[in-house]
Design a binder for this molecule. Structure first.
Ligand SMILES: [Zn+2]
Length: 510
């Protein structure tokens, strides 16, 4: 596992030379809020000859401090009323990047407390941001036989948090590896094997559906997407089922469907004009859910049960590819008319959700989720933020609003979108022959309500439409579109983020 160990440090003495650390990185919104007098004094002295101190991340020669290195990384715009905790994450990343470049391998991270409640998890978010900054791709690690650039990062904290953070970071490393790796190394069977290995000995129950007959019977929409991939054994679809059962009486059940489109060519509605590159990252939903299960297996929270189904499939093109106008019966028995083969993620999710729906009806306090890099529309609409689109049952229970609150505090901000009656009108019985239409035939980015209405399709194609507020067995369901947040920076080469792993974890354990 490519992971930097995060270590709790309780005493301020750790900032001095000889206590095991080789650099001090201080992340602070103002030099005067730094609690350690020696650091504050050094930074203020340095500022007299270098006006960059406190404005940009800077390395200072600091005799007597750990490694003789002090990196002052200012948090900019913390006072701005529109800022969120990611201003701390940004500063921490700049600081750890300088520490790495300077040759430090065991830095101590000192995050100055801020009284604003928006920043109550600033220390934890900063520590996780260092993990994000230091992560390198699986291909790179395998080619270079490389280890993490740092052996450990010390966290000067008042309350121990390393157990939580190391469990989260282990999940995030797994999620980034699964999402970011190229489509042959992480083809569907390889993705499934990688999960099985990662969960080995974790206490999670894991099974993989790999027989074509069983896949076609139980996941007919998923298999339509993967139909042209069956002729290439190494590309064949898989469904990975994972379950976590906490100790004690189960009080809540969380059920996740993860979209793992290994590669999205668009299918017969092929992506043209350079629109295909980067489509190896269309597995970010399944990756984030797999990472969440890893984190849960390490943290072992009591009283919850978590069930995940990951749909791993390559949207290949070939003579056996599915085409628009086909009508396919979903696992829930709904006749689905294919509108566009590039709207494949919702087909994968609908069958997974149908299986989860059946489990949810006998589960204690269930909450259902789909997690997917689903639409270009969400990126057009919200940029790099995650969208949550929930059904009426979920809305009445305040699940989406609770997720948005948690997400904000942990630097994975969420926009809450509202599902409306006209979203259902876009998919219900368009031909007058009673089928459900999977999508319109145009890019979602130029389709009005292009990220909201797929939730209407998911509800009806999966059978969740029979579990609305006025039904005998209402089931809360929230669809989470991470097309804008699953990766950061360059759309083709930027790092996977593992988002919204941290949010989903805290929604489950709060
Ligand atoms: Zn697609």
């Amino acid at each position: 596992m490519f992971q930097v160990d995060l270590v709790d440090v309780q005493s301020d003495d750790a900032i001095f030379e000889g206590n095991g650390w080789d650099a001090v990185i201080v992340v602070a919104s103002d030099l005067d809020v730094i609690a350690q007098d020696e650091i504050k004094l050094l930074a203020n002295h340095a500022k007299q000859i270098d006006q960059r101190i406190g404005k940009t991340a800077t390395l200072l020669l600091a005799p007597g401090l750990a490694g003789g290195r002090l990196i002052v990384s200012p948090v900019l715009n913390a006072q701005n009323e529109y800022s969120d905790v990611t201003v701390f994450a940004k500063a921490a990343r700049e600081g750890i990047a300088i520490a790495k470049a300077a040759g430090a391998v065991k830095p101590l991270l000192v995050v100055s407390q801020h009284s604003d409640t928006r920043y109550q998890y600033a220390q934890q978010v900063s520590a996780l941001a260092c993990g994000q900054e230091l992560w390198q791709s699986l291909e790179y690690r395998e080619a270079e036989q490389t280890l993490p650039a740092m052996t450990a990062i010390g966290l000067l904290v008042t309350q121990s948090c390393s157990e939580l953070l190391n469990a989260v970071e282990a999940g995030k490393v797994l999620a980034r590896d699964l999402c970011g790796t190229e489509p042959e190394r992480m083809a569907a069977p390889a993705f499934a094997d990688y999960c099985v290995d990662a969960f080995n000995g974790s206490g999670l129950s894991v099974s993989v559906v790999d027989e074509q007959e069983e896949l076609e019977r139980d996941y007919p929409l998923l298999c339509a997407v993967g139909r042209a991939s069956f002729c290439v054994p190494r590309h064949q679809p898989r469904v990975v089922k994972v379950e976590y059962v906490g100790e004690g009486e189960i009080e809540k059940t969380f059920l996740f469907a993860g979209k793992g489109v290994i590669y999205d060519t668009g299918g017969a509605d092929i992506k043209v004009a350079g629109g295909m590159a980067g489509m190896s990252r269309d597995k970010g939903g399944a990756a984030a859910v797999a990472g969440l299960m890893k984190t849960l297996s390490l943290l072992k929270p009591k009283g919850i049960r978590v069930i995940a189904e990951l749909g791993l499939v390559r949207n290949s093109i070939g003579s056996d590819a599915f085409v628009p106008d086909e009508i396919i019966n979903s696992h829930a028995g709904v006749r689905v008319r294919i509108g566009n083969t590039d709207a494949e993620g919702r087909l994968v999710l609908a069958d997974l959700l149908s299986h989860l729906r059946i489990k949810a009806t006998s589960a204690v306090n269930p909450q259902l989720f789909s997690v997917a890099t689903l639409t270009g529309h969400v990126v057009r609409c919200y940029g790099g933020y995650t969208a949550v689109v929930e059904n009426a049952v979920s809305k009445a229970q305040g699940i989406g609003a609770g997720i948005a609150d948690v997400a904000e505090l942990w630097g994975e901000s969420v926009e809450l979108s509202r599902l409306r009656h006209d979203d259902f009108a876009k998919v219900n019985n368009i031909s007058g022959q009673g089928e459900l239409l999977s999508s319109n035939n145009g890019p979602s980015a130029i389709t009005a309500r292009g990220h909201q209405y797929p939730a209407a399709f998911l509800i009806n194609a999966s059978g969740l439409g029979d579990h609305g507020s006025h039904s005998a067995a209402p089931l809360p369901f929230a669809h989470i579109d991470i097309a804008g947040s699953a990766t950061e920076g360059h759309p083709l080469y930027g790092k996977p983020t593992a988002s919204p792993l941290v949010t989903l974890l805290h929604n489950a354990i709060k």
